[in-house]
Ligand binder design. Structure first.
Ligand SMILES: [Zn+2]
Ligand SMILES: [Zn+2]
Length: 61
């Protein structure tokens, strides 16, 4: 989908990677370790396992 820039060495990495392919540093990926869903109503982050928002109870997509 996109690219992530390594904050250590500046290498551009595909966002499917969890670590920089050049220096091995952990990348700040939104898609790894803790998947979240963004509430369409209040824009807060919810665990991906949630069906409804923890905060406003809107249906998550
Ligand atoms: Zn790097
Ligand atoms: Zn919400």
């Amino acid at each position: 989908m996109g690219k992530l820039r390594c904050s250590v060495c500046g290498e551009m990495n595909p966002d499917v990677l969890t670590n920089c392919r050049k220096c091995g540093s952990t990348l700040p990926s939104r898609f790894t370790s803790l998947p979240v869903k963004i509430c369409p109503k209040c824009a807060r982050s919810n665990p991906a396992s949630r069906e409804t928002c923890l905060y406003c109870n809107a249906k998550l997509v």
